[in-house]
Design a protein around this ligand. Structure first.
Ligand SMILES: [Zn+2]
Length: 80
């Protein structure tokens, strides 16, 4: 699993619709990728804020923003 795969599973992860096999892969990726760990924590906090307002949904826009942010960081890391 790479960062793109992780992001594509992110909404299912939070919806609890992820399979046990994929969950293992997600956890494996998180243990080795600080960027995705940060994205996960940020997303969780965002969801909790939305839940407080009873508007719980990861919008396409939010997912796009997260995706862009993480890919930028991954490329910076590789380019350094
Ligand atoms: Zn990653």
């Amino acid at each position: 699993m790479n960062c793109t795969d992780f992001l594509s599973q992110l909404t299912d992860y939070f919806d609890g619709q992820i399979s046990p096999e994929l969950l293992e892969e997600v956890r494996g990726h998180l243990s080795g990728c600080k960027h995705c760990e940060i994205v996960l924590n940020t997303t969780r906090q965002t969801i909790e804020v939305y839940r407080g307002n009873e508007v719980y949904e990861i919008s396409d826009e939010l997912r796009e923003r997260l995706h862009t942010a993480i890919m930028t960081k991954c490329y910076e890391k590789k380019g350094a």
